[in-house]
Design a protein around this ligand. Structure first.
Ligand code: SF4
Length: 380
């Protein structure tokens, strides 16, 4: 099978967390200490089931996310990696990422021994009030210790931080981010706090007990974030992601942003695969029991699949690709749907939000915070 444009990866979703954070709207379940062996078996079977449908191909990345997959035992992580390798195939130098919470740092060396090559650490804040607000269960010291332990394994390390928190001043964020940039790691994911519907934070905002970040302040904090990261040698290669050099970029997430193919395995996981020559979206049952039942009955955990038409593929290509500093492959966009709206493109270039070359359409620094709106205009 030929090389997939945009790359090919595997996403495995482990839905359990020790506690549910008040801002989170992912497909997560509180881990009440039960035995999740059946779910692990179902995920392993789903890997084989999907591999059989698409034909085995070498994946350049395996991302085990969640939820909190660092709650798994290292032997279970080793089993997932072995199953992915056997069923789907992993490139020899495949990036194997594990999302980890700092509380699980005692297992990091064993995760690395199990095959993990990249730790994505959910620090979220380097200040005690921030951790308290976000409902995190680790302390600042434990977060920093987690970074040290992950780095000591020799694997790549990325940390997640959330900024624009209620009560966090601009100077607080400047200090916190400066400390993060000095940690000696190679990758940071820096997200503005967004208030997701249905979360405890959404209820707190609705009752006036919490302030949501307004657009103007969000833009100022974003600009400060870019400035500090650039100055520290961490240019943003994506709207929220910064790497010290190209090799430190998330190979797995680049598959999403470049509209490559990936299989999504586990409860609620989404995938994009090439089936019968067309691009197909897959979505697995969100409930772990329903997912396991579907795998047992049909070989895969999919609740629904949808064959995407050219316009839908182009829309995803633009929405995801404009997030990247490298931009969207212009020829690919043209081949799918004729390319962007020409009048909108000309206006956005004149306004200084977009740059168009023969090869790519990309956002300027002024355009980057407006990526979704610009994508919508270019797709109109
Ligand atoms: S640990 Fe992560 S996935 Fe789990 S509830 Fe908190 S934010 Fe969501």
């Amino acid at each position: 099978m030929g090389e997939v444009v945009g790359g090919f990866g595997i996403y495995v979703h482990w839905p359990y967390c020790s506690a549910i954070c008040p801002y989170c709207d992912f497909n997560v379940r509180r881990d009440r200490g039960g035995d999740h062996g059946d779910l692990l078996d179902a995920i392993v079977a789903d890997l084989s089931g999907q591999a059989n449908r698409i034909g085995t191909r070498g994946a350049r990345s395996l991302f085990i996310g969640g939820g909190t997959p660092s709650l798994l035992q290292p032997r279970d992580v080793a089993r997932l990696i072995a199953a992915a390798r056997a069923a789907v195939g992993l490139d020899e130098d495949a990036e194997i990422s594990l999302e980890c919470n700092p509380e699980d740092r005692a297992r990091f060396a064993d995760f690395h021994a199990a095959g993990v090559t990249r730790f994505s650490l959910g620090l979220q804040a380097l200040r005690a009030p921030g951790l308290l607000l976000l409902g995190r269960r680790h302390s600042v010291r434990e977060g920093l210790e987690a970074v040290e332990r992950a780095a000591a394994t020799g694997a790549r390390v990325s940390i997640d931080l959330i900024y624009g928190r209620d009560g966090q001043s601009t100077e607080d964020w400047r200090g916190e981010l400066s400390e993060a940039l000095a940690l000696g790691i190679e990758h940071l994911s820096l997200y503005q706090l967004t208030i997701e519907a249905g979360t405890p934070f959404a209820r707190a905002v609705a009752r006036g007990r919490m302030h949501a970040l307004d657009a103007e302040r969000g833009a100022d904090l974003y600009a400060l974030t870019q400035e500090l990261c650039e100055a520290a040698g961490f240019p943003g290669y994506e709207i929220s992601n910064h790497a010290r050099h190209d090799a430190a970029q998330s190979r797995h997430n680049l598959v999403y942003w470049r509209s490559g193919d990936w299989i999504g395995v586990g409860p609620g996981a989404h995938g994009r695969i090439t089936l019968d020559g067309g691009r197909t979206a897959t979505c697995a049952y969100a409930d772990p029991q329903a997912f396991a039942r579907a795998v047992a009955e049909r070989g895969v955990g999919w609740e629904r699949t949808e064959a995407l038409d050219q316009a839908a593929i182009a829309a995803e290509l633009a929405l995801m690709g404009l997030r990247l500093r490298e931009g969207v492959d212009r020829r690919r966009w043209a081949a799918l749907s004729g390319g962007p709206n020409a009048a909108q493109l000309a206006q956005l270039i004149a306004d200084g939000f977009v740059i168009a070359t023969e090869d790519a359409i990309r956002l300027t620094p002024a355009g980057r915070p407006l990526a979704d709106r610009i994508a919508a205009a270019l797709l109109a």
